[in-house]
Design a protein around this ligand. Structure first.
Ligand code: C2E
Ligand code: CA
Ligand code: CA
Ligand code: CA
Length: 278
């Protein structure tokens, strides 16, 4: 037996034990958060690179934790996906987005489409009828909602995924492919799916316009999307230089801190009412 190997084992197992405990606690707290209305939606504007106007937004979930303050979805969505809590959270997100759209409409606001993120696990054959029920309950038209899905869903390649997508599109919902470029989709692949919008992942936007590789990737994505007649949204745009580069490429929309981070529903309504522009 090597000296120290037992110690090492002890160290790792304690660490794993701690991780499991942290997970369990987070899961318990997350269940309580759902019951206790600690989740909220914030809205990040998407602006047209042609008109500079707000042409959409993305609903992003936030957890207002009583002790820890705002917890990022990056911390709890992966866990929710693992434990299956994502079904409840996803249901709540859709319900809350529709409730808010109804309230904004009732207040006389001209609302652009609101995008909602869907986890791959939420994608089953009952999804279209579930969404329809929520829309009906709030008197919201399907054209008011866009669904953001990720490449992992496409790479599975199952026929029923295409069938469900077609059903959603036939209902009048639009589909956007999120984080594009980080997965394994190819041009041939994309053609099979009824996707109207591609979102270029932030990891390729960061290096614009200095990193040659990022420029080449952004250019290739935009060219491809134009060929497929898809709208292109660039995520995570933070600088005027990135914006100028993307505009010259022919990118349609921008989402990022340069214009605005995700803001509360009240603040987003104010931005719309004031006609804030890029
Ligand atoms: P995502 O869908 O890629 O959302 C974009 C993320 O980038 C958001 O982080 C947003 O706040 C952030 N972001 C936007 N502009 C900028 C920028 O200019 N610079 C930087 N550094 N970041 C920017 P957020 O809100 O923390 O969300 C993280 C992820 O959590 C989302 O990534 C999405 O995958 C997931 N998520 C959020 N809400 C939901 C939800 O309701 N359901 C599901 N399934 N996932 C969600
Ligand atoms: Ca998204
Ligand atoms: Ca994204
Ligand atoms: Ca991303």
């Amino acid at each position: 037996v090597e000296p120290g190997s037992d110690d090492r084992f002890l160290f790792y197992s304690e660490e794993m034990d701690q991780r499991a405990k942290d997970h369990l606690r987070l899961e318990t707290e997350l269940r309580a958060a759902l019951a206790d209305n600690q989740l909220e939606l914030h809205y990040q504007p998407k602006v047209s690179l042609r008109s500079g106007r707000i042409v959409g937004c993305e609903a992003l979930v936030r957890w207002r934790h009583p002790e820890r303050g705002m917890v990022s979805p990056a911390e709890f969505i992966p866990l929710a996906e693992e434990t299956g809590l994502i079904f409840e959270i996803g249901g709540w997100v859709l319900e809350e987005a529709c409730r808010q759209i109804r309230a904004w409409k009732d207040a006389g606001l001209a609302m652009p489409p609101v995008a909602v993120n869907l986890s791959a696990r939420q994608f089953d054959r009952r999804l279209p009828s579930r969404i329809l029920a929520v829309l009906d309950r709030h008197g919201v038209l399907p054209q008011q909602i866009m669904l953001e899905i990720t490449e992992s869903l496409l790479v599975g390649g199952a026929d029923n995924v295409i069938a469900i997508m077609n059903e959603l599109v036939a209902m009048g919902l639009a589909l956007a492919l999120d984080d594009f470029g980080t997965g394994y989709s190819s041009l041939a692949y994309l053609k099979k799916f009824p996707i109207s919008t591609l979102k270029i992942d932030r990891s390729f936007v960061i290096g614009l316009p200095d990193e040659e590789n990022d420029c080449a990737i952004a250019r290739a994505i935009v060219t491809m999307a134009q060929q497929l007649r898809q709208e292109i949204v660039a995520e995570g745009v933070e600088t005027p230089e990135q914006m100028a580069f993307l505009r010259d490429l022919g990118c349609d929309q921008l989402q990022g801190y340069l214009f605005s981070p995700a803001v509360t529903a009240v603040e987003f309504a104010r931005m719309l009412r004031d006609g804030e522009r890029l």
